[in-house]
Design a protein around this ligand. Structure first.
Ligand SMILES: *Cc1c(COP(=O)(O)O)cnc(C)c1O
Length: 636
């Protein structure tokens, strides 16, 4: 699956035509037909007389704050917003007073009212902060993530206390009210002034850009004038006061004209995708999507997932796991009252914002997201559906085969896995080969031993680092069928099995597969395994929820055999899956010195680890040898 970004622009090809026109005519800067066309079309969409286009939402806010002359005054702002809502207040030497959010992430209007009532005096039509004695002159509200704030209530409070209301509708283009006093009115058009942003991540984009919306003609004329360096005479360059180079550019407006035509379609897609997420996520305990407010038609710009108990991962752990799976998500902005340059300003009883800052995750919401991608995100969120599998692979000088081994893991149809490779101080090209794969797939975790320590120690190091509920083993020259984990995990979960293994085949160094199948018996218990070492390490999957954490005994070989024995000795049973799901590589074909070594090490497991009596050890050893002979000799 390719990368899934959080939010990317959705540009259609007619934009290229508009840009070509800009370039052909030379109108690429702060003059040209697209600026006017974009302003007109947007005003028409918003049902207002006029808007003024500028280079960013931030510039729009700056000019509006300047118009209301907030210098030296206090302005009430949300702590849950993007910093662009606040910085322009500082440009104008005004002081923000930060308010908490409610459960919609918008400003808590009860607290706003309390602040005005309990912390301020209302004298001669002016709200005065009792502590600082400053004039509280303005109120900035943000429609967070496109979700319309209750403007009836905002204006009710603001009119009572003579507060100037600025709507930061940067994220809320297209959101409107469907009931009440402001029925059919768009966000951004209701306060004394509003702004909308067209930055690249917003619902439509001009690359960079913003507009100022107001029914106040004087305001619109003023900000347009300031945005072109306050030029009174274009010929003689007379400037009457301080000005800014903030005017929207024609090439940006050219994008906007095309994007605006797509706006309603984008909103429809956002709404449908939101509903799809909801459908796939609503049964997952500990996860919930924040709703958009009733009595509004929200543009559903960003989707907010709340991660809390009993979800087994914290928000940050989830974020990291999704990032490892190439899915981009984002926590809520660091709160404004905690930003280094804003810390000293007043913050009023902030509680909920803190909670959301720790628990919220914005999940991918681009308008070109398809159903398959939403399902992929949802299935990763559904931990219960695809619990993490840790694949344990010790490597020592395996340059010839490691590539195939790694690929057979990365190509698994079951995707929620981590491949923990412990490089046992290889001195061949293995390390380099692994590195190239690591750069491509973050599911690979790489650990290198400083000195060659053997497979048992390497596997134990991997086990210590394994995060998965399930543990699977694969040596660096063996390979899996791409359906192995999917089949095996599904089987284990369905039957609540803690230990399973599968049938496998044997191949030679060149990958030629022998016909004979090493068939997995239905069940293997401790006594069975003593006599017949039928379980192929490369086929084993363990569920740590059932059998608990495991470590391998430190013996030079047969440590896997000893491990299975120690698990089965506790009363567990290993279940065999008949399907052939792995290939074991046998590099030197016949009964060799390796086989004699295996006989010896198995004997040591019987005597030293299992502490069988000599008689019992001899008894099971005979069976073991017979089975081993059958397995290996019949191959040829
Ligand atoms: C994007 C955004 C802005 C600023 O817009 P720019 O065009 O990036 O300057 C302001 N406020 C909020 C809430 C935003 O999300």
């Amino acid at each position: 699956m390719k990368e899934i970004p959080l939010s990317v622009p959705n540009l259609s090809s007619d934009i290229v035509e508009n840009l070509r026109e800009c370039i052909k005519t030379g109108w690429v800067s702060s003059g040209g037909k697209y600026i006017v066309e974009f302003e007109k079309k947007l005003a028409c969409y918003l049902n207002v007389d006029e808007v003024v286009g500028v280079q960013s939402g931030t510039a729009a806010l700056h000019l509006v704050y300047k118009y209301f002359n907030f210098t030296g005054c206090e302005v009430i702002c949300p702590t849950v917003t993007f910093v662009a809502s606040i910085n322009p207040l500082l440009y104008e030497s005004a002081s923000p007073v930060f308010m908490d959010c409610d459960d919609t992430l918008n400003m808590d209007l009860d607290k706003l009212e309390d602040f005005c009532f309990y912390c301020c005096d209302f004298i001669d039509g002016k709200l005065i902060n009792r502590r600082t004695k400053k004039h509280v002159k303005g109120l900035v509200v943000v429609h967070v993530f496109g979700n319309p704030i209750n403007m009836e209530r905002v204006l009710d409070i603001a009119r009572f206390y003579n507060l100037i209301v600025i709507e930061d509708a940067a994220e809320a283009l297209g959101s409107y009210y469907t009931k009440g006093e402001y029925k059919n009115k768009y966000c951004g058009t209701i306060g004394d002034a509003g702004i909308i942003s067209f930055n690249a991540n917003k619902i439509i984009t001009t690359g960079g850009g913003g507009v100022i919306v107001s029914s106040n003609k004087d305001l619109l004329n003023k900000v347009r004038f300031w945005s072109v360096q306050s030029k009174t005479n274009p010929l003689t360059f007379v400037h009457d006061e301080i000005g800014y180079n903030y005017r929207m550019l024609n090439i940006n407006a050219a994008l906007g004209v095309s994007q605006l035509e797509k706006l309603e379609e984008f909103i429809e897609t956002k709404k449908q995708n939101y509903q799809k997420y909801q459908k796939y996520l609503n049964h997952i305990k500990g996860l919930r999507l924040l709703p958009f407010n009733e009595n509004t038609r929200s543009n559903n710009w960003f989707y907010s997932l709340i991660v809390d108990n009993p979800f087994p991962e914290s928000r940050d752990e989830l974020l990291k796991r999704l990032a490892d799976n190439k899915i981009q998500t984002r926590p809520l902005w660091n709160l404004m009252h905690e930003q280094k340059h804003l810390k000293d300003f007043e913050a009023y009883k902030i509680e909920k914002a803190q909670y959301y800052q720790e628990h919220l995750l914005n999940i991918p919401c681009s308008t070109d997201l398809n159903e398959e991608e939403i399902l992929h995100v949802a299935s990763l969120l559904d931990i219960e559906k695809e619990p993490l599998v840790s694949v344990i692979t010790p490597v020592y000088n395996s340059e010839r085969f490691i590539k195939e081994t790694i690929e057979s893991v990365l190509n698994q149809t079951y995707t929620n896995l981590e491949l923990i490779i412990v490089d046992d101080a290889s001195i061949d090209n293995s390390t380099e080969i692994i590195r190239t794969y690591r750069e491509r797939d973050t599911r690979i975790k790489y650990i290198r031993n400083t000195k060659n320590s053997g497979a048992a120690i390497s596997r134990n190091i991997a086990l210590e680092n394994a995060k998965g509920r399930f543990i699977a083993f694969l040596d660096s020259d063996d390979i899996w069928d791409e359906r192995k984990l999917e089949v095996q995990i599904a089987y284990m979960r369905k039957h609540k099995i803690g230990f399973s293994f599968t049938s496998y085949q044997i191949m030679d160094a060149d990958g030629k597969v022998y016909e004979r199948i090493i068939k997995a018996p239905d069940k293997v218990n401790y006594h069975y395994l003593l006599k017949n070492t039928i379980i192929g390490c490369l086929t084993v999957v363990l569920d740590r929820n059932i059998i608990g954490d495991i470590r391998m005994p430190i013996v030079r070989s047969s440590q896997d055999f000893a491990t299975w024995l120690s698990i089965l000795k506790n009363g567990h049973v290993a279940y065999g899956i008949k399907e052939v799901l792995a290939k074991y590589r046998k590099v030197n074909g016949s009964l060799s010195s390796n086989k004699l070594k295996a006989l010896r090490s198995n004997w040591l497991v019987y005597r030293k680890i299992e502490k069988l009596s000599l008689v019992k050890a001899c008894y099971v050893f005979i069976f073991y040898v017979l089975h081993a002979l059958k397995k290996h000799v019949l191959l040829h």
